[in-house]
Design a protein around this ligand. Sequence first.
Ligand SMILES: Nc1ncnc2c1ncn2[C@@H]1O[C@H](COP(=O)(O)OP(=O)(O)OP(=O)(O)O)[C@@H](O)[C@H]1O
Length: 564
Amino acid sequence: MTPKCEAHKYRHNPSILFLSQATRERSRHEASSSSSVCVCDFTMLKASIQRYPFDICGSILERRILQSAINDSLLSRRIVRQQISLTRRTVKPVSATASSLEADASTLLTVEAENDVLKALSQIIDPDFGTDIVSCGFIKDLQVDDISGEVSFRLELTTPACPIKDLFEKQANEVVAALPWVKNVTVTMSAQPPKQIFSAQLPAGLQTISNIIAVSSCKGGVGKSTVAVNLAYTLAGMGARVGIFDADVYGPSLPTMVSPENRLLEMNPEKKTIIPTEYMGVKMVSFGFAGQGRAIMRGPMVSGVINQLLTTTEWGELDYLVIDMPPGTGDIQLTLCQVVPLTAAVIVTTPQKLAFIDVAKGVRMFSKLKVPCVAVVENMCHFDADGKRFYPFGRGSGSQVVEQFGIPHLFDLPIRPTLSASGDSGIPEVVADPQGEVADIFQNLGVCVVQQCAKIRQQVSTAVMYDKSIKAIKVKVPDSNEEFLLHPATVRRNDRSAQSVDEWTGEQKLMYGDVPEDIEPEEIRPMGNYAVSITWPDGFSQIAPYDQLQTIERLVDVPQTVSA
Ligand SMILES: Nc1ncnc2c1ncn2[C@@H]1O[C@H](COP(=O)(O)OP(=O)(O)OP(=O)(O)O)[C@@H](O)[C@H]1O
């Protein structure tokens, strides 16, 4: 049915005529007092009548009419408000009270003004997520008063260290202030509270840490601790809450590189937890602060100590925990990576040709554990003397690493006597000389880490989702372009846990008919970067690795959207 037909249908409705006439009369009357209100009134009603079927009894202006008028942009909000009150005065309400009419209109207008603001803000794109800040869910506590023209909202970013937070703030101010009815904009910047994206089966101490970054190298002495410490202080300088965990039990470097007042870790005797020491706002734990000196231990003991130190520490809320990994890619490193839900890894190397092989080992270890390597730092690349640049270890194989392993970022760190000196003085270089060249390089590394972590979190948390409208589980495996749909019951039937399959005989315990065809998951949460945990209505928590999800029979025909 075309809009014209609708108009025709309602043309003989006396109520409409009544209102239209009233409006027209008023138009004539008010036009003489040079009001633009009434000129618009009639246009609005006409436009509305042509667009929507509506009931109009006396002064009831149905929501849709107002909505339509506002959508048509025929009237400013102010004029619509005046129109409502004029109508109230002109026409006696029949089946709605004047106050409910006004309340209705008021709500509509506020919603409309909010939409205006959100539309304006959606012009701002987050370059990391490739989508606008409204879709990213960054706009919180939006308050709009379209009469006074006051707008306020909070811009909640994923991390307080967001490198473009100032730009976001400026743009948000500008686009909202550009709306014709806006007189004043108040933007408050904030960041999401730290939270692990991974499933809850984590030690309590790690649950309030948003991102855990491993700084790793395959050999000792390449500058891994230097990078870890300076990266941590750079992130803190960017506004984040940061901790450093020195996992090198054999040769802890942290006690030499930073000089906290309290050089011994304290215990909370009641909770039996470790309280980290702190230096310039960065929390830290190292075996070197345990009053034990260097350890003489065997591998499994080392793993035990590392895990205990790491998991029983009261880290509190952290945006980033930087782990200075023990050098190498052996069992200790593997165990550590399995205990801690790492968000990303940074690999440190030197430019020698052989270093390429080391980096390859590191990348392979992390890729086995599904931890994305976000950057390679090629340390001690060059130094400058007599106006010339020297490459004592030859030109690096960093670019080869980037090409071969698809690691997106490579950073060259020069040899600087100050870096070495600050390593021994207890004040990190980026703190001692925040404007220097080294601080600049670390700033770029910090930005890279912040951006990549945000991307990874986003990818991981949306990798497997239940789409209720099509009753299907949507899978988009991180780091792969593959996207597919699975039938929830099929996913449940493919559970391989001891509850569903006998561990010894391999016999299927969960029968096909045990799972209702229309079963729907209650919650899906990522577990590390390799699996999701799916909670079903009967309370069963299924762990579904991505590898397994990729082998399950897929839904080929997308089901029809199920109306709510
Ligand atoms: N770019 C650099 N310029 C000058 N000195 C550096 C540079 N990088 C690191 N160093 C120095 O080299 C030494 C080794 O660095 P660092 O302790 O960071 O290496 P590492 O890989 O963590 O070693 P380990 O695994 O043995 O702990 C330190 O004295 C440090 O100050």
